[in-house]
Design a protein around this ligand. Structure first.
Ligand code: NAD
Length: 353
C-alpha cells in the first residue's frame, strides 16, 4: 500500500508531481541537492496551489492541507521510509544511475520509478539493487492537468510492482496509465514522430507549412498542425527528441531529422519562445511564415488538403501498428495515449474505423 511518496528533483516536473500527490492526500517528501531549487519550491508550489484555488479546482482548505503535506529535504537519506520514489532529476543517464544506486539502498522496500522522457529505463536502473521493483512513470507537463501517464515496464519489473504502481496512479492519483515496454520514445513520442518528420518532408515551394497545418485542423480535427505545434514545443526540444529516437532505433530512414529544422535550430529560430520558427510571431500570435524557413523549401507542386492529412495519418498509423506488432503496447492504450497527450479527438486505430 503506497502512502508515503518521495520525489527526487524539485524542478518543473518534480514540483508538479509533488503537488499532484499532495492534492490526492499523500504525504510527500521532495529532495533536491541544489539549495536554490529547494528554497524556490515553497514559492513555486504556493503559486500553483493559489492558481488551482482561483480556477475553482481546490478549496482554500484543500490547498492549505496539500501544501503542508509536502516537505522539502536537503539530504537524499531523508527519503528513507518512502513507499514510492519518483525521480524527476535532469535527463542525464549517469546522474540517474547514481541516484537509483543510492535510492535502492536508502529505500529498500520502495517502488522506484523514473520520469525519464527519452532514456532507457532498464539502463537507468542498471545499478539499482532489486531491479524487480523498478519501472518508468512518464508524466506529461503539467502533471496536475495532464491525465496520461505512460507506465514503462522493463524485462526486470515484477508484475506485482507494476500492478501496485498502476493502482496508485489510477485510484490514488486519478490518472490514466497506459502500459508500454521500455522502447525509445515509449508510445507518444514514437507514434507521433511522423507527424513532425513526415510533415517536413511534405512542404515544398507550393505546399506551405500553413497548408499542412490547416489540413490537419480542418480534415483531421486536431487542435494544432505539426508546424504550429513544433513552434510551441520549441524546435530544439522537438529535434532533440527526434534525434534521440532516431539514434536509439538504429537510424531508420523514416525518422531522419529534417535539414530544414536543423538549419532553423542552428540559427536560433526555435519557435514561439524566440519569436521565429516555422512562423513569425508578434505578441504570441502568428503573423506569417518565416521567410528563412520558406526560402529553404524544395520546389514542388501543390498538394490537396485531403492528401496531406491522409499521408500524415497513414504514417502515424503505420508507426502505431509497428508498436502493436512488436508487442510494445496495445492498440487501445495507443489510442488512449495519443488522445490524451495530443488532445486529438481520435487515436490512430480509431481513424481507421
Ligand atoms: P528541471 O530542470 O525543471 O528540474 C530538474 C531538477 O533536478 C532541478 O531542480 C535540479 O536542481 C534537480 N537536480 C539536479 N541534480 C540532481 C540530483 N543529483 N538529484 C536530484 N535532483 C537533482 O527538469 P524537468 O523538466 O522537471 O525534467 C525532469 C525529468 O522529467 C527529466 O528526466 C525529463 O526528461 C522528464 N520530463 C520532463 C518533462 C517536461 O515537459 N519538462 C515532461 C516529461 C518528463
Amino acid at each position: 500500500m503506497i502512502q508515503r511518496v518521495a520525489v527526487v528533483g524539485a524542478g518543473t516536473m518534480g514540483a508538479g508531481i509533488a503537488q499532484l500527490c499532495a492534492q490526492a492526500g499523500f504525504s510527500v517528501k521532495v529532495h533536491d541537492p541544489l539549495p536554490a531549487a529547494l528554497a524556490a519550491l515553497p514559492g513555486r508550489l504556493k503559486r500553483s496551489f493559489d492558481a488551482a484555488v482561483l480556477k475553482g479546482k481546490l478549496s482554500t482548505q484543500q490547498a492549505e492541507r496539500a501544501f503542508h503535506s509536502i516537505s522539502a529535504v536537503p539530504e537524499i537519506a531523508d527519503l528513507a521510509g518512502a513507499d514510492l520514489v519518483i525521480e524527476a532529476a535532469p535527463e542525464d543517464l549517469a546522474l540517474k544511475q547514481d541516484l537509483f544506486e543510492k535510492l535502492s539502498g536508502i529505500c529498500p522496500d520502495a517502488l522506484l520509478a523514473t520520469n525519464t522522457s527519452s532514456l532507457s529505463v532498464a539502463e537507468i536502473m542498471k545499478k539499482a539493487q532489486s531491479p524487480e521493483r523498478t519501472l518508468g512513470v512518464h508524466f506529461f507537463n503539467p502533471p496536475v492537468a495532464m491525465k496520461l501517464v505512460e507506465m514503462i515496464r522493463t524485462e526486470a519489473t515484477a508484475p506485482e510492482a507494476f500492478q501496485a504502481a498502476w493502482e496508485f496512479l489510477l485510484m490514488g492519483l486519478r490518472r490514466t496509465p497506459v502500459d508500454v515496454k521500455d522502447v525509445p520514445g515509449f508510445i507518444v513520442n514514437r507514434v507521433m514522430r511522423p507527424y513532425y518528420v513526415t510533415a517536413q518532408r511534405m512542404v515544398s515551394s507550393r505546399t506551405s507549412c500553413a497548408a499542412v497545418d490547416e489540413s490537419c485542423r480542418s480534415i483531421g480535427g486536431v487542435p494544432m498542425g505539426p508546424f504550429e505545434l513544433m513552434d510551441l514545443i520549441g524546435l530544439d526540444t522537438n529535434l532533440a527528441i527526434t534525434k534521440a529516437i532516431y539514434e536509439a532505433l538504429g537510424r531508420p530512414e523514416r525518422f531522419a531529422p529534417s535539414a530544414l529544422q536543423e538549419k532553423l535550430v542552428s540559427a536560433g529560430e526555435l519557435g514561439r519562445k524566440t519569436g521565429k520558427g516555422f512562423y513569425l510571431y508578434a505578441d504570441g500570435k502568428i503573423i506569417g511564415e518565416n521567410p528563412s524557413a520558406t526560402a529553404a523549401l524544395p520546389q514542388g507542386a501543390d498538394r490537396p488538403a485531403k492528401d496531406i492529412w491522409s499521408n500524415l495519418a497513414g504514417a502515424i498509423i503505420l508507426e502505431a501498428e509497428r508498436l502493436v506488432s512488436e508487442g510494445t503496447a496495445g492498440a487501445h492504450d495507443i489510442d488512449t495515449a495519443i488522445k490524451l497527450a495530443m488532445n486529438f479527438p481520435k487515436g490512430p486505430f480509431e481513424w481507421q474505423k
